[in-house]
Design a protein around this ligand. Structure first.
Ligand code: UDX
Ligand code: ADP
Length: 463
């Protein structure tokens, strides 16, 4: 089957960039991205592509090239489903906040809604691709809904997990380590796999396109994220030991990273990992293991999350302790709120939890982040439901200038590793601060020696 029309349900951090790159690389394929959120679609259609709702380096240029040519953003979900041969599901699958599996299992209500909508609309055979991170065996649930509520047409369900990291989404999509496609072993399943392989083969070498059964593909996504997160929790656990013993975690990471069996990547000690995937996927893995009675397996992976929570709490406790055990009414400046640099995404960002802890200690937080909006920061805090929105907004002052954010502060905490922070005039910032001037570098990006020579009392992670 030659693919000429693709639709993607969900215009978020995954759907948006992925479809933009497919459209750019496959000019002969019409790609329509749909979303229920009208504002989001309006923003994707903003004539100035610098205003699209997702910030990713290089994305605005790709959207400028393909939009209106073969890339479209729309709220007409049913029309797009009806016309497409392949439908990607890229809707969000947050951790459940209610009922069975609360705080652990993935909430599949958005996925189910999509499946029902596809079943209702489809009048011809379709390939449905799971793009969101989903617990193993979701494909089965989607298939059951499609087959039992549909109009008698044939659906093939493929799992095609996304491995892009935010902040480098465009580069990851243009030059992926691998593309993974899982499908049924039947001839129809293989045809569907081949149709999707041909789409990617427009720009990805075929030897990097891996095909498997559906369950292997679904589980590989969870496994990859669990392994990556585990590396961070492992080095973060060592960072605490380094602080006690006088070792330096950056030196330890360098030393072990040169062992080719270990490798140098993903060994940066930090205030803790954030993002929409790691915690959610590991909780998912834990939930799946528990549901099969594999308690040791569940406990093993859960420890990755426990260390991560501990690392965030440890950072805020250290700020309080260092500031003479009280931060009440002190101003603490945060540089960064996003969960990592080069993204405006804040889901599960360590900054949220550190701010929450410090506000509990009655600190006043002033924040500067180059890409995160004020409303997003306040929503993030409100979402924790620790205190009222009014109390949150009176404890959190948001600035669009870093020097203003730092002015009069007792301490600065670096929460995101934005490159621009390194280039700041740190002497000027020092002069604007209360003395002694404390600096807590939650990302180990600044030069401790230089800052100490200015007069800062510097605290990094793991040294
Ligand atoms: C991750 C996976 O990398 C990606 O393959 C998957 O598709 C989705 O989940 P993402 O969450 O976008 O991507 O970002 P990633 O670069 O993995 O960073 C996750 C978190 O770990 C960030 O908060 C980051 O700052 C932190 N991190 C990363 C560290 O603290 N130390 C490191 O060495 C690397
Ligand atoms: P991700 O990081 O997985 O891309 P996002 O939250 O950024 O997650 O994006 C998911 C998008 O999916 C949101 O814009 C949301 O409005 C959209 N969405 C959720 N359910 C549906 C649905 N049934 N139909 C269309 N869009 C949906």
């Amino acid at each position: 089957m030659k693919i000429t029309k693709i639709c993607c349900i969900g215009a978020g951090y995954v759907g948006g960039p992925t479809m933009a790159v497919i459209a750019q690389k496959c000019p002969h394929v019409q790609v329509t991205v749909v979303d229920l959120n009208e504002q989001r679609i309006k923003d994707w259609n903003d004539p100035n592509t610098d205003n699209i709702p997702i910030y990713e380096p290089g994305l605005s240029e790709i959207v400028a090239e393909a939009r209106g040519r073969n890339l479209f953003f729309s709220t007409e979900v049913e029309k797009a489903i009806d016309e497409a041969q392949i439908i990607f599901i890229s809707v969000n699958t947050p951790t459940k906040t209610y009922g069975k599996g609360k705080g652990m299992a993935a909430d599949l209500k958005y996925i189910e809604l999509c499946a029902r909508q596809i079943a209702k609309v489809a009048k011809e055979n379709k390939i449905v691709v799971e793009k969101s991170t989903l617990p193993v065996r979701t494909a089965e649930a989607i298939k059951s809904i499609l087959d039992n509520t549909g109009n008698g047409v044939q659906f093939q369900i493929l799992s095609n997990p996304e491995f892009l990291a935010e902040g480098t989404a465009v580069a990851d999509l243009l030059n992926p380590d691998r593309i993974l496609i899982g499908g049924d072993i039947t001839p129809e399943g293989q045809d569907a796999i081949n149709a999707l392989v041909e789409v990617y083969a427009n720009w990805v070498d075929k030897d990097k396109i891996l095909t498997t059964n559906v369950w292997s593909s679904e589980l590989s996504k969870l496994t990859a994220n669990a392994f990556l997160a585990q590396r961070i929790s492992s080095i973060n656990a060592m960072s605490e030991l380094c602080e006690k013993t006088g070792a330096d975690v950056t030196e330890v990471a360098k030393a072990i990273g040169m062992d080719s069996r270990i490798g140098p990547k993903f060994l940066k000690a930090s205030v803790g990992f954030g993002g929409s995937c790691f915690q959610k996927d590991i909780l998912n893995l834990v939930y799946i293991a528990k549901s099969y009675g594999l308690n040791e397996v569940a406990d093993y992976w859960e420890q990755v999350i426990i260390i991560n929570d501990h690392q965030k709490r440890r950072f805020s406790s250290k700020i309080v302790q260092t500031l003479y055990n009280t931060v009440a009414d002190k101003k603490i400046a945060f540089l960064g709120w996003a969960f990592k640099k080069d993204t405006n995404d804040t889901r599960e960002s360590a900054a949220i939890y550190v701010a929450d802890d410090l506000i509990n200690e009655q600190a006043k937080i002033s924040v500067y982040d180059p890409k995160v909006s004020r409303s997003k920061m306040l929503n993030d805090l409100d979402y924790l439901q620790t205190r009222s929105s009014e109390e949150n907004s009176s404890s959190l002052a948001i600035f669009d200038n870093p020097y203003e954010a730092c002015k009069g502060s007792h301490a600065i905490a670096i929460l995101t590793e934005w490159d621009e922070f390194v280039a700041y005039d740190w002497q000027k910032i020092y002069d604007l601060m209360h003395k002694p001037a404390f600096l807590f570098d939650g990302r180990n990006i600044l030069n401790s020696k230089e800052l100490e020579s200015i007069g800062f009392i510097y605290n990094g992670i793991g040294s």
